[in-house]
Write a protein that binds this ligand. Sequence first.
Ligand code: SAH
Ligand code: SF4
Ligand code: F3S
Length: 443
Amino acid sequence: MKYFIRTYGCQMNERDSEALGAALEKAGFLPGSEEDSDLLLFNTCSVRDAAERKAKGKIGYIRKLKQKNPNLIIGVTGCMAQRLGEELLKELPHLDFVLGTGQMQRLVPLVNEIAADRRRRVETEPSVEVLESMGDHDAAPSWHGQIAITRGCNRFCSYCIVPYVRGREISRTKGSIITEAKELVAKGVKEIMLLGQNVAAYGLNGDTRPPVSGHSPFAELLEEMNEIPGLLRIRFTSPYVSYFNDRLIDALKNCSKVCHNVHLPLQSGSNRILKAMNRQYTAESYLAKVDEIRAAIPDVTFSTDVIVGFPGEEESDFLMTREVMNKVGFEQAYVFKYSPRPGALSALLADSIPDAVKEERNQILLGDLKERVVQKLKSLKGETVEVLLEGVSARNAARWSGRTSTSFVVHFEPDANCCPGTLRKVRITQVNTVSLFGELHPE
Ligand code: SAH
Ligand code: SF4
Ligand code: F3S
């Protein structure tokens, strides 16, 4: 039997898809395409209405495949599966099963049961079993691997559906994470990204108070990861700003493999809006944290997530977001137009900002970002940087690309020694508005 998985949403979902695919392959399935597979999985996202609509549209569209192959099994997993459950079976008559976020480990037995009796099923009961049983990886991974260190979220930001669809935050044991990391390295992985909705809450046992000064189980995990022979780089996403304490900053500073790039979601620069979002920090404390991290790691770069058009966001609130963003000077920012999510608290408020205003604010922030990034890229001209080689450039097959620890991508002409997943030095010789070009140092 062949399988195909289409993934929507965040890196946690990408990672789940990898684990689902690996579990299927262990059970004898082979990877196929959307057209020739006997099992089609849609691993979905609920974070914004558009994400759900896109997945539903696609699932509706593939109905015709079932007419061609009556044995085809179609399933929905992930956050939309968890949120809508039974409703999806009613809405999509050609759907065979809906498997929730806490039941992903049930995929293989469930598919076998459906193949045997062709009965439709919904399994969305939460379970903690999923935590340690979703550790399978691709048999032959690239130089980059991802490890989920927590599942779920306890923060309940008022706009966000994640705590409802992914359940309470639970952390894996340090031992199982380190074992998984070592297995990845043994398969040739050189860079590992640690994943969680709030990675800095790792090991806090669901306590919703940020860790006290001097205490950070996540920092301890980073330090242990840093000792793994053969691993070259460690990244993580995302830490919640108020959990980013002194102990974690020390770990960042002392662990040579931890990259100098921090994804630090801001969401808004207006304290009034942050409060309405139930984000437990202010614009001032956010900026102070950025300064503290920069003081310890001078070349650190930041990226962020921002929501525009939260209910009641006045022009003045938006301008505060714009100001904070420009003060930090993010190297990358993901700007989202507010989307009310039924079930999340803010959905009780009127979605008061017209879409055109949301769009305008979105464009303004992206315009600022572009301007800042151009300036930053220009300032790198002439510098020699270390990059982890990623392989042939996506847009020009004659070039290779590599990424700096600070997450800048550099393109260059390869030499005979180029191998993905190795560290090389490159001198930046040319800068255009979006890209850096350089010359490889001979080895
Ligand atoms: N746990 C991560 C965020 C996961 S969701 C964190 O807190 O860092 C990714 C991003 O989607 C969020 O940071 C937020 O900017 C955006 N988002 C979440 N809910 C949203 C909504 N209802 N409308 C628009 N954007 C939303
Ligand atoms: Fe959502 Fe907030 Fe949790 Fe991030 S921290 S997943 S935005 S509730
Ligand atoms: Fe979407 Fe679920 Fe991730 S809602 S953003 S796929 S945790």
